[in-house]
Design a protein around this ligand. Structure first.
Ligand SMILES: [Mg+2]
Ligand SMILES: [Zn+2]
Length: 223
């Protein structure tokens, strides 16, 4: 019966589509005083991702907007096979959604050269009208999530009916783990891979998007 469900993929951006975490790259480069302790607070879960990322960007002056955007776009490296992966999804009638904790000013431009409809890209927003950068959150947690994610991946995943959709998560980090637990199948690297192994979640490892295509082609996905 599962084969009658439509496949939907929820694909992370930072560290999954791009080789590195773009937010971290921006902060390492511009290095505003105080950002590292906020980052540590996020990683140790002392503050939520939404609060922490908001605080970090409030350390950057809006006057440097052009420079920050240019840097973010230029430093991003796309993981091999991504374009072929998009084409594969299109040819096989798979719905591909980008679910990113990144920010619109780099996520949209980096993805603009690929055939992904803007409405299929979920990320956070930005406002440069004040003294410092303000992050805005168009995709907050639904009543089932109390993590204060910022861009809530599980809320997006929950909005797809499991009776109608076979759900696949592709990702790399802690922010993808809750989504993996809701999905039928996870394609993972790095931290997420270790957690999937540890928790016995149905998964396959990947390095490039050519691997992802092979997995989607070959692996009879678990129910
Ligand atoms: Mg990631
Ligand atoms: Zn959430």
């Amino acid at each position: 019966m599962t084969s009658f469900r439509k496949r939907v993929i929820f694909c992370d951006f930072d560290g999954t589509i791009t080789n590195n975490d773009n937010i971290i790259s921006i902060f390492k480069h511009f290095n505003p005083p105080g950002w590292e302790s906020i980052k540590d607070d996020i990683l140790s879960q002392r503050i939520s991702v939404r609060r922490g990322v908001g605080q970090m960007f409030s350390l950057l002056p809006s006057s440097r907007k052009e420079e920050i955007i240019r840097y973010a776009i230029d430093q991003a490296e796309i993981r091999p096979g991504f374009e072929e992966f998009i084409q594969y999804c299109r040819e096989h009638g798979i719905k591909l959604l980008i679910t990113s904790g990144g920010i619109d000013f780099f996520v949209y431009p980096i993805l603009s050269r690929y055939a992904i409809p803007v409405e299929d890209i979920y990320c956070n927003g930005s406002d440069f009208s004040g003294e410092t950068i303000r992050i805005v959150w168009p995709h907050p947690c639904d009543p089932h999530c109390d993590v204060d994610c910022g861009m809530c991946k599980t809320s997006v995943i929950r909005s797809y009916d499991s009776r109608l959709y076979e759900k696949i998560v592709i990702g790399d980090s802690i922010t993808d783990l809750a989504g993996s637990k809701l999905a039928d199948f996870t394609i993972a690297r790095d931290y997420l891979l270790k957690k999937c192994e540890e928790l016995g979640l149905v998964h396959q490892p990947f390095t490039t998007f050519f691997d992802v295509i092979d997995i989607l082609n070959g692996a009879p996905l678990a129910k």
